[in-house]
Write a protein that binds this ligand. Structure first.
Ligand code: FES
Length: 92
């Protein structure tokens, strides 16, 4: 299935949570703190709220949301803070 993550189209396996998908296709960052630091999922069970993302304009918890084809996910992370996403064929 295909998702759009911060404007970038990515392919992920069905059945993943959004948090798992973000970790698989990039750096796993879901949001920034009030001081601008990158944040990522911590508890994985809906408690810590570190995995908040906007999906199709709604704020949700990435660890509690299963991917659907065509989801438009926004982390709000400025591009300058994001590590480059690996592309198919890139060395690990
Ligand atoms: S990782 Fe803690 S609420 Fe999602």
């Amino acid at each position: 299935m295909t998702l759009v993550v911060d404007g970038r189209r990515v392919a992920v396996a069905p059945g993943l949570s959004v948090a798992a998908a973000l970790a698989r296709v990039g750096d796993g960052v879901t949001r920034t703190s009030v001081s601008g630091m990158a944040r990522a999922p911590l508890c994985g069970m809906g408690i810590c709220q570190e995995c908040r993302v906007d999906i199709d304009g709604r704020r949700v918890l990435a660890c509690q949301t299963v991917c659907r084809d065509g989801m438009d996910i926004s982390t709000g992370l400025p591009q300058r803070l994001r590590r480059p996403h690996p592309e198919p064929g890139d060395a690990p």
